[in-house]
Design a binder for this molecule. Structure first.
Ligand code: HEC
Length: 166
């Protein structure tokens, strides 16, 4: 083997590695997007426009026009069910990462807490709202929170995603 063909061989190998590496990283990026299609977008005016409409149509009757919830929402009513909690900063909606809020709204609480018999007034919106509509309404809810609560929610998301990748 001449020196020149050796050099060409090494160069070829390096290029192959680079191409494979780039492929790997772009795959990782697509993976991450695929794993996170339900992230809230409280900074996107178009999403908020849709979200506000859906909130008024689907959620306000129980959670209140401004997300104030029903009175005495911490105590179960005579029917044994919990009233609708507030979605504003006084409630604990913002304690849940995006993925959980999405799952609660789409699949319902019973699925999320893995207790199929859990009785709740909260409807599951699977088949009623599309995934994009659920993201939109939750984004609108988040957009109503004061900046410091939004920031704490961003941190909750970061912590939650870290805990998933460990
Ligand atoms: C028929 C009344 C009703 C409607 C309509 C309703 N909810 Fe609820 N929601 C509830 C109740 C009641 C709870 C508390 C459930 C429990 O813990 O049993 C709840 C809980 C939730 C929670 C969990 C909050 C937390 O702090 O853990 C989220 C998120 C939520 N609702 C989102 C929505 C969204 C988004 C809509 C509209 C698309 C909506 N809800 C419409 C009654 C309702």
């Amino acid at each position: 083997m001449t020196l020149k063909s050796l050099a060409l061989g090494v160069a070829g190998l390096l290029i192959a590695l680079l191409v494979a590496g780039a492929g790997y990283f772009s795959l990782r990026a697509t993976d991450r997007q695929a794993a996170a299609p339900h992230r809230l977008r409280p900074g996107d005016p178009q999403v908020l426009h849709v979200g506000a409409r859906i909130y008024a149509q689907q959620c306000a009757a129980c959670h209140g026009a401004k997300g104030e919830g029903q009175p005495d929402w911490r105590d179960r009513g005579p029917d044994g069910l919990l009233p609708a909690p507030p979605h504003d900063a006084s409630g604990h909606t913002w304690h849940h990462p995006d993925e959980q809020l999405f799952a609660i709204t789409k699949q319902g609480l019973a699925r999320l807490i893995n207790q199929p018999d859990y009785r709740t007034a909260m409807p599951a919106y699977d088949g009623v709202l599309s995934d994009d509509e659920i993201v939109a309404v939750l984004s609108w809810i988040k957009a109503q929170w004061p900046p410091e609560v939004r920031q704490r929610h961003d941190e909750i998301n970061v912590q939650y995603r870290k805990s998933l990748s460990q």
